[in-house]
Design a protein around this ligand. Structure first.
Ligand code: TIU
Length: 225
């Protein structure tokens, strides 16, 4: 708890107490290449409808944060056009025919500045909302996110986005080790794999909230109302 003006959200493993002005909405990798039909995610054989169900609850949470002028931040996974920040191990992983940096359905895959790398129009950032370009799965690795959060006095995070077991989980773990409280609304995070969605959320809230809390968007909206 970071202020005397705190709200309580029903959550697992126990209620999440948060001070809105110290709590950022951190939206992970809601990028066209992961969510849109014809993008990189679908090209890899994934069912993007599993991710698209997160759009509407995220839109509602984003509207609520913006209406109260609370802090919002977005991340994008991707690399420099010269690929100098792309580890060779990441580029060749999977031995696919097409890999990061190659021409894809919406421009060069996961390259900054390309259409597919950008955030979906439904959840597009405002100019005032920091966008963190990250080369890895976690939002803290090789980025200035921690400094930005510290400068703004943010100690708690509502983490949403895709995918639950990859970039969301990695970011929550990184945040937890840096001392942030993280709440994950389950309807605002998505995985291409239903079993990973379930287990990815269980891993966060297990053992007394080993990495954080799990709730849903309606419970957060109700607490803010
Ligand atoms: N953002 C994110 O999770 N990147 C991924 O590569 N996720 C997969 O599930 N592949």
């Amino acid at each position: 708890m970071t202020s005397d003006h705190s709200l309580s959200v029903p959550a697992e493993p126990y209620p999440f107490e948060f001070a809105p002005e110290h709590c950022a909405l951190l939206m992970i990798d809601l990028q066209r290449d992961f969510l849109e039909p014809g993008g990189f995610g679908e090209m890899l054989g994934n069912d993007v409808s599993q991710l698209r169900r997160v759009i509407e609850p995220n839109r509602q949470l984003l509207a609520a944060w913006r209406a109260r002028a609370l802090p919002v931040m977005h991340t994008r996974e991707g690399h420099r056009p010269d690929l100098s920040d792309l580890p060779p191990a990441k580029r060749i992983r999977g031995h696919g025919k097409t890999s990061i940096g190659d021409a894809g359905p919406m421009g060069r895959i996961l390259v900054r500045g390309e259409a597919g790398h950008d955030i979906i129009p439904e959840l597009y950032p405002l100019r005032s909302e920091p966008v963190i370009d990250k080369p890895g799965k976690g939002a803290f690795f090789a980025t200035d996110l921690h400094a930005i959060l510290q400068n703004k006095g943010i100690t708690q995070l509502i983490v949403t986005g895709v995918t639950t077991e990859v970039c969301v989980n990695t970011t929550v773990r990184e945040a937890n080790d840096r001392g942030y409280d993280c709440l994950v609304p389950e309807d605002c995070v998505g995985s291409y794999f239903p079993e990973f969605q379930t287990m990815g959320l269980k891993m966060i809230k297990a053992q007394g909230g080993i990495f954080g809390w799990v709730s849903d968007s309606n419970s957060i909206l109700a607490a803010l109302a």
